[in-house]
Design a protein around this ligand. Structure first.
Ligand code: AQP
Length: 329
């Protein structure tokens, strides 16, 4: 039997090349080796306010993009988190074994809560719901970007605590990071992670950005005062552009060095823009085909929910039994 993997994306904005290189590309590469479940984690998205109409549209857009990048619904299940209510049920049970101090230490909570006027409880509970998403499927591997590594550690802590209180219940999930592209930085500020919620127009490259816009964003990317690429002292902006190309092309570090060493920054940016456009355009073409087929995406999501629901139900039943909660005969 194949081991199971789970990973998810919030439908909270425009998916960008950071989401692709940190997570989705990796999913496509390993989906055949595992029993794969990929989530559109809408309950996570509402930990900060989302316009309901936009959220509804983004859920379908995200699902179509999963398919467009190469997730194969015949071998992988694509599921909307809120369509499997056991995620929320398990999250409550895990909340009850999670010390508040563990959650308050999360760097993403600290950063996001600073941006809000009032901090919703959901923002603090976010990593417990993420633990539930993973543990409910007894996932052995979780392929994510580097920013989620701390939440994965917490997931293991929660699972261990539950197992030690109530007996062996959960599989311990391992973090799976890509070798390059695990933290793509903003083009306007290479000290900040590329993020959907950042507002600057030159910050992120959306997977659905028109090619001309992608070229413009890359040509305007922040670099430094050196004239050309020197691998012995790479500034953060130049390193980011090189990492993006290396990750897209699946080059080794040596291949990347051969390609870019000594290149003037203007030429570097042109080359990077061509690489990104050449990889993103076929995704956009498939996206257009997928979304022109009425009902197709909804059918994939219904099939995904139907496939994974028995696993989620069986885990919740086991957890209830372990905790002494009532389970109907
Ligand atoms: N900049 C990034 N580089 C590499 N990987 C990244 N991921 C996110 N940003 C980068 C990975 O993408 C997956 C889905 O992310 P998410 O939607 O769950 O939320 P996030 O990590 O909070 O992503 P964003 O884009 O920054 O969204 P907002 O602004 O809504 O919070 C994860 O595997 C993540 O590691």
């Amino acid at each position: 039997m194949k081991a199971r993997i789970f990973s998810g994306v919030q439908p909270s904005g425009n998916l960008h090349i950071g989401n692709y290189l940190g997570a989705l590309k990796n999913w496509v590469e390993i989906q055949g080796d595992y029993e794969s479940i990929f989530g559109i984690v809408d309950l996570h998205a509402v930990t900060v306010y989302q316009s309901p109409a936009e959220l509804r549209a983004k859920i379908l857009e995200t699902a179509a993009l999963f398919l467009a990048v190469g997730i194969d619904p015949r071998q992988s299940s694509i599921v909307v988190q809120s369509s499997v209510p056991e995620h929320s049920e398990l999250a409550w049970m895990l909340t009850c074994v999670t010390p508040v101090g563990w959650l308050e230490r999360m760097t993403q909570y600290k950063a996001k809560s600073q941006e809000q006027e009032t901090i919703g409880d959901g923002l603090l509970q976010y990593p417990v719901l993420m633990a539930a998403d993973i543990l409910i499927y007894q996932a052995a591997i979780v392929p994510v970007g580097d920013d989620q590594a701390q939440h994965l550690e917490l997931t293991r802590d929660i699972a261990q605590r539950f197992n030690s209180l109530y007996g062996e219940t959960f599989v311990m999930p391992a973090t799976h990071l890509p070798t390059v592209g695990s933290r793509v930085m903003g083009l306007d500020d290479p000290e900040k992670k590329m993020s959907k919620s950042a507002t600057g127009s030159g910050h992120a490259i959306g997977l659905l950005d028109p090619p001309e816009q992608i070229r413009k964003k890359i040509m305007r990317a922040t670099t430094d005062s050196q004239p050309q690429v020197d691998f012995d002292c790479l500034g953060a902006g130049v390193r980011n552009l090189i990492d993006i190309s290396q990750a897209f092309m699946s080059w080794t570090s040596a291949e990347s060095r051969t390609e870019f060493q000594g290149m003037r920054y203007g030429d570097l940016k042109k080359k990077v823009a061509e690489i990104v456009v050449s990889k993103v355009e076929p995704i956009q073409q498939r996206y257009r085909e997928i979304t022109s087929e009425p009902g197709y995406v909804d059918a994939v999501l219904a099939q995904g929910a139907e496939r994974v629901s028995p696993i989620a139900k069986s885990t919740v039943r086991l957890v209830k039994e372990r905790m002494g909660l009532y389970t109907a005969v």
